[in-house]
Write a protein of this length. Structure first.
Length: 75
């Protein structure tokens, strides 16, 4: 999301509860992040991210691209 905002010239920062780790894996609210933007840019950032979300919901998988083969056996 930061890259989408950056591409529109909107400065942003992320705030999260995820502690720095070699394995940045978390669940529940620990995995949440808040995107911070300057107040004058808030409405434009909201519109930009909403438009991006709507675009992603319209995108359909390309049938010409083969799906990876199913996994077989145990590891």
């Amino acid at each position: 999301m930061r890259s989408v905002l950056h591409g529109e010239g909107i400065p942003s920062a992320l705030r999260s509860n995820l502690s720095p780790s070699v394995y940045p894996f978390s669940v529940g609210y620990q995995a949440c992040a808040v995107i911070l933007v300057p107040a004058p840019e808030a409405e434009r950032a909201r519109r930009t991210l909403t438009a991006r979300r709507r675009h992603l919901h319209r995108v359909r998988p390309n049938p010409d691209i083969a799906a990876p083969p199913p996994r077989t056996g145990s590891r």
